[in-house]
Write a protein of this length. Structure first.
Length: 149
């Protein structure tokens, strides 16, 4: 192989590797289609009113590397008569003017955690590595968005 053609071969291989990397990164961050969202029965949708979070509070700490970590703590309450097998909460962080700066979904009850029984309470503890600079430093608005029995 001639010296000039081996340089072109290396350039082409590197370019292909970069394109594959960019594609993989974009594919990983692609939002899920609406059809992928789980559906709820009418009873499950109505039951969302029976779920509450009390005493939400934010705190801040630094880890051993000096990075700032943010914590949300509170108490999750199942005030209804059903046992929850799965629960998703939407956390909406606001700026000082009440505008949304971050919306994130957390999963305090999953198939891998114990179910949340009727009348039961559970401590919530979520950790965030980064929150927007515009955030108002208060707890987010916490809304139950998915429940299954």
């Amino acid at each position: 192989m001639a010296r000039g053609s081996s340089k072109w071969f290396i350039v082409v291989v590197v370019a292909i590797a970069i394109l594959v990397g960019i594609y993989a990164m974009l594919a990983r961050h692609r939002p899920l289609p609406a059809a992928a969202a789980p559906s709820m029965t009418a009873a499950e949708r109505d039951y969302l009113k029976q779920i509450g979070v009390t005493n939400p509070r934010m705190s801040v700490a630094s880890n051993f590397l000096g990075d700032t970590l943010y914590y949300l703590d509170g108490t999750l309450r199942n005030q209804g008569s059903q046992t929850l097998r799965r629960l998703d909460l939407q956390l909406t962080f606001l700026d000082p003017f009440g505008e949304v700066v971050l919306r994130q979904t957390e999963h305090p009850v999953t198939l891998e955690t114990p179910p949340l029984k009727a009348g039961e309470s559970r401590t919530l503890h979520f950790t965030f590595e980064h929150l927007p600079a515009e955030w108002n430093q208060g707890p987010p608005v916490i809304t139950p968005v998915y429940a299954s029995f």
